[in-house]
Ligand binder design. Sequence first.
Ligand SMILES: [Zn+2]
Length: 350
Amino acid sequence: MSDPLSLNRRNALFLAAGGLAATGLGAGTARAQGTAPAEAGSGSGSGSGTEGEAMGVDDTRPFAPGWRRFQIGEARITVVLDGVRPGEGPFPTFGEDQTQEAVGALMARNGLPRERFVNFFNVVIVELGGQTVLVDTGFGEGGRANGMGLLRARMEAAGFSPGDIDVVALTHLHGDHINGLREAGEPAFPNARYAVGREEMAFWTSDEARNGPRAENARAVADNVAPFEARTTLLADGEEVVPGMVARAAFGHTPGQLAFAIGSGETQVVLTADIFSQFVISFQRPDWHVRFDQDKTAAAETRRRFASELADSGAAIIGYHLPFPGLGYVEADGEAFRFVPETYQSLARG
Ligand SMILES: [Zn+2]
């Protein structure tokens, strides 16, 4: 076993990072051996010709090679960073109903800049019970001019080809989650079936969505999601994506957002989608309004409900927009909460 962390196999949860894994192996070989190449920049795992050039894994990008792997109970989880986006903020995207001063002060108290913010886009690949499930798809080719849309290249570097994906499960239908469903006009994951929230699909295909202020996103749904209708399972709260991976209603950010809970007990991990999108504000000030939450009251209620439950259970979470790889835990802190990023908790767990 060449996995450098194989001594910890007794643990229910262990992790490997691209940077720790064996070098000099092709992606296919690496996958078969349960390790992965640390190589980046050659583009060898990401197609050929000009596409390969454009999609090659660039190790000068932040967080290269852009993927991390964790074993959590029965599930092997690979988090692939579709991209990072620095910019102004987090106010007014976060704390829209507050002042710049109040938001800036909270950031400063947490050792962060008052008016600069970095957003992350964490796509998750779940291998469970012989099925490979991709959760959300990033920006796709349309994001590459801006340094996003790296899922395809980076998942290849992590040992997956697009044809390996059995199921694409979508937490919700915003562009940064669905635009990677197609590549050059073709299905990006040619062997996949799809799983989408029933309420989510109903909203984005409604006249209300198509004609209102969200028409542009509804068009993205029509282009990227609707063509796969015949291969799509509509999920309700409590239904399984695959055995051991359960959809949980997390409405508010969008009308039908889903979280996905994988495993149970001490080895549960919950993919929390956009319930928690900023690792300080979402936990320490769960009631503050977030511009992208469609129903701000429902979104805040969902944040508090999930945070309380996660603080009680100790389950791990992976947040789509939390700092890569987005894995951590929720602690109660007075009337609010705190996000505790994974450092070595999982390895120390007996
Ligand atoms: Zn999002």
